[in-house]
Every structure is written in structure tokens, then in C-alpha cells.
Design a protein around this ligand. Structure first.
Ligand code: SF4
Ligand code: SF4
Length: 371
């Protein structure tokens, strides 16, 4: 029997921390997993630079406090999405400040040393997993529940992709992302998954979030993902990687849900319909990038592709009052004093802080090939 707890929360820091601790307590407490002196890797979701789309810091703070209470040594480890630069994302989100405040080590998995691990009956024979994860005593997975253009829903299972380097992730996109996620979860099983389900956004966080106000926790990551689907009114069978994991027996047969929840359905139809098209496009993008990376080792075209087809800022000069607030707020110095946006600097950061701060709406969000 897999126990999964759901605790309602308000959206202030105090309430989120309290609810996170309660969710952990309801599945037996962290002391079941963490013992004195244990190295504990905490894997949040810092996929991109937008706060609403990443694991809430208060969930992380609560987990770190609980781990320390048991004498464990927490280490935060993460890597941003393929199209972003992890260092820039950490800086924009103030992750180094969080690590300092909590007095924990921070690992950027982008440069981590890895070791081959065999995948039992998988799509891949082996995967390269960071040594820090393999050598740790405990892995605590702290995803953010979100919508995703390729997998429709992302929670615990997909969050583990952040431990893989870009080469490994490219392989996932080139073969079959859903089966690859299942492989990863066979190779690297989190001991505990605590989901920030406070609100649901699109994967990179652009767009209006849907308020869910819950924290979900459990030891069985597939069971946790199934419950996450339930609370947003999605049939898990439609989510290929979760359904495949269940089929392959990665999940306990019975799930005991502890706690009450109100189902908050999210609209999926359009996303499910467009999923195949997105998968095809991403595959194509990664094939081109693979060829490019063979010619220019360690280089990638993915940020450029995402800049072209994704969201990006554009200054409308006729509306601009030259207040220069956007220049000051840009965390990577991508806007110069002539109010020109440097594509190279903005491309792998794209935090849209400039859009938010402009008092006269002179910075628009451009999407796709539109100019
Ligand atoms: S130009 Fe705007 S979107 Fe780009 S990094 Fe700077 S603030 Fe963020
Ligand atoms: S914040 Fe808006 S008005 Fe101010 S300089 Fe930038 S684009 Fe112009």
C-alpha cells in the first residue's frame, strides 16, 4: 500500500511551510528515511527563471529544516531546462542566497561528474547519473506540479530529468521521452517526493496560474504523480510516462490517500491534441541540435530555437518613455542604454522581468515567428 498525503495550504510562506511539514508527518515523518549523518540530496524544480513555475522556496525550507532535525546533511542539487543557463537561472531566482540562508551546499548538475548506471529492461541500456546523487544516502524529490507541452503533466517522475546532463537529456528527446522518463525512475528512485501543488502553471511559468493550494507527499513517486493527476482532474492513463510506469509495475497496486482535496480540473483537451505535434517538433529540433553539437562540441542551438519559437521581449519604441527601469531590472544586463535587447544575453535567461516592470506597457511578449 502506497501512502500519499494531501494537505491544503494558504499561499503565504508560513502556511506553506506548515503544510509541507504536515504532509511529511502524515506519511510517517522524515525520520523514517533520514538518519543522523545521512547525505540528503534535495532535488527541487528550478527549470527556468520565473518564480511561479519553480518549487516554492518555503517548501524547500520546510524540508531542509526537517532533514536537519534528524541530523541529516541536506544538499540542494538542480539544473535548469535545456534552453536556459543554470547559473543565470540560479542567479535570477536567488538560489545561491537561499542556499546561504539555509546553510546548505548547492550543486549545479550541469557540470557534475557522472557514472553509468544500468537500466533494467529499459529503452536505454544505461544512463549517466551524477555521482553526488548515487553516493547520497537519500534523494528527496521536490517538484512543482505543472502543465507541460510534451508530457501534458509534470510532477515527481519528470522532475528527475533535472539531474541529467544535456547529452543525456538530448537522448531522451531523440528516442521516446515518456519511456525514457520511466527508465530514469527505474535507475534513480527518490526516497520521498513532496510536490508543490500550490498552483499549476505552464512548464516555463508564462501565463496565468491555476490555484490548487495543496502539498502532496509520498514515498512512491508514481503513486504521488497519479494522485497529482487526480487533484487536477486528469486521467493518469492519458499521461504516457505515468501510465507506462504503472504498466511496468513501478507503482504500488493500492494507494491510500491521506487528507482531503477538492478536485480543480485544468483544461487539457487542446494540450493533448497538440502533444504529438510538439513531440515531433522537439524531436526535429534535437536532431538538428545533435548534428550541430557533433560539429561544435559542447555547443547547443536549443536556446536559439526556443528564442525563435518561444516567448521573448520586444520593446515598442513609440510607446517607451525612456524611464530606464527595464535596463535596471534586467538581471543579465541584456538591455543597453539605447534600449536594444541583446539576444545572446537574454536568450538563455528570458525572465520577462522587463515586461512586468515597464510602467507604460512598452515591452510586449512576442511568441513564435511573429515580429
Ligand atoms: S531582457 Fe527582459 S526577458 Fe531578457 S533577461 Fe533581461 S529582463 Fe529578462
Ligand atoms: S521600462 Fe518601458 S518605458 Fe521604461 S525604458 Fe523600458 S521600455 Fe521604456
Amino acid at each position: 500500500m502506497s501512502k500519499v498525503s494531501i494537505v491544503n495550504t494558504e499561499l503565504d510562506g508560513k502556511s506553506i511551510k506548515k503544510s509541507t511539514k504536515k504532509a511529511i508527518e502524515l506519511i510517517g515523518g522524515i525520520q523514517k528515511t533520514v538518519k543522523e549523518g545521512y547525505q540528503v540530496i534535495i532535488k527541487p524544480n528550478f527549470v527556468g527563471p520565473i518564480r511561479g513555475a519553480v518549487t516554492d522556496f518555503d517548501v524547500i525550507k520546510a524540508v531542509v529544516e526537517e532533514v536537519k532535525k534528524c541530523g541529516g546533511i541536506p544538499i540542494i542539487g538542480e539544473q535548469s531546462g535545456f534552453e536556459f543557463d543554470t547559473k543565470k537561472v540560479f542567479k535570477i531566482l536567488s538560489v545561491p542566497e537561499l542556499a546561504r540562508e539555509l546553510d546548505v551546499k548547492l550543486i549545479n548538475f550541469e557540470n557534475a561528474k557522472c557514472k553509468k548506471v544500468r537500466v533494467p529492461n529499459g529503452l536505454f541500456k544505461e544512463l549517466m547519473i551524477p555521482k553526488a546523487v548515487l553516493e547520497a544516502d537519500v534523494l528527496i524529490n521536490i517538484p512543482k506540479l505543472k502543465m507541460h507541452s510534451l508530457t501534458t503533466v509534470t510532477a515527481g517522475m519528470k522532475n528527475l530529468m533535472g539531474i541529467l546532463n544535456k547529452e543525456e537529456r538530448r537522448k531522451f528527446h531523440l528516442k521516446n521521452l515518456d519511456l525514457a522518463i520511466v527508465d530514469l525512475n527505474k535507475t534513480c528512485k527518490p526516497d520521498l517526493t513532496i510536490v508543490d501543488a500550490t498552483n499549476v502553471t505552464k512548464s516555463a511559468g508564462y501565463g496565468k496560474p491555476i490555484s490548487i493550494k495543496s502539498i502532496v507527499a509520498g514515498e512512491d513517486v508514481v503513486a504521488v504523480d497519479k494522485v497529482c493527476c487526480k487533484i487536477i482532474g486528469v486521467n493518469y492513463k492519458k499521461i504516457r510516462h505515468i501510465n507506462e510506469a504503472v504498466k511496468q509495475g513501478l507503482c504500488g497496486r493500492n494507494i491510500e490517500i491521506i487528507g482531503k482535496f477538492k478536485e480543480t480540473p485544468v483544461r487539457l483537451e487542446k494540450r493533448v491534441l497538440s502533444q504529438n505535434m510538439f513531440c515531433f517538433f522537439f524531436k526535429l529540433m534535437h536532431i538538428i541540435d545533435y548534428v550541430y553539437s557533433r560539429i561544435f562540441p559542447k555547443k547547443t542551438l536549443i536556446p536559439l530555437f526556443n528564442w525563435i519559437i518561444g516567448l521573448r521581449p520586444k520593446i515598442i519604441k513609440s510607446k517607451c518613455t525612456k524611464c530606464m527601469l527595464c535596463v535596471k531590472v534586467c538581471p543579465v544586463g541584456a538591455i543597453d542604454n539605447h534600449l536594444k535587447i541583446n539576444r545572446k544575453k537574454c536568450m538563455d535567461a528570458r525572465c520577462l522581468k522587463c515586461v512586468k516592470i515597464c510602467p507604460v506597457g512598452a515591452i510586449q511578449i512576442k511568441r513564435g515567428l511573429k515580429q
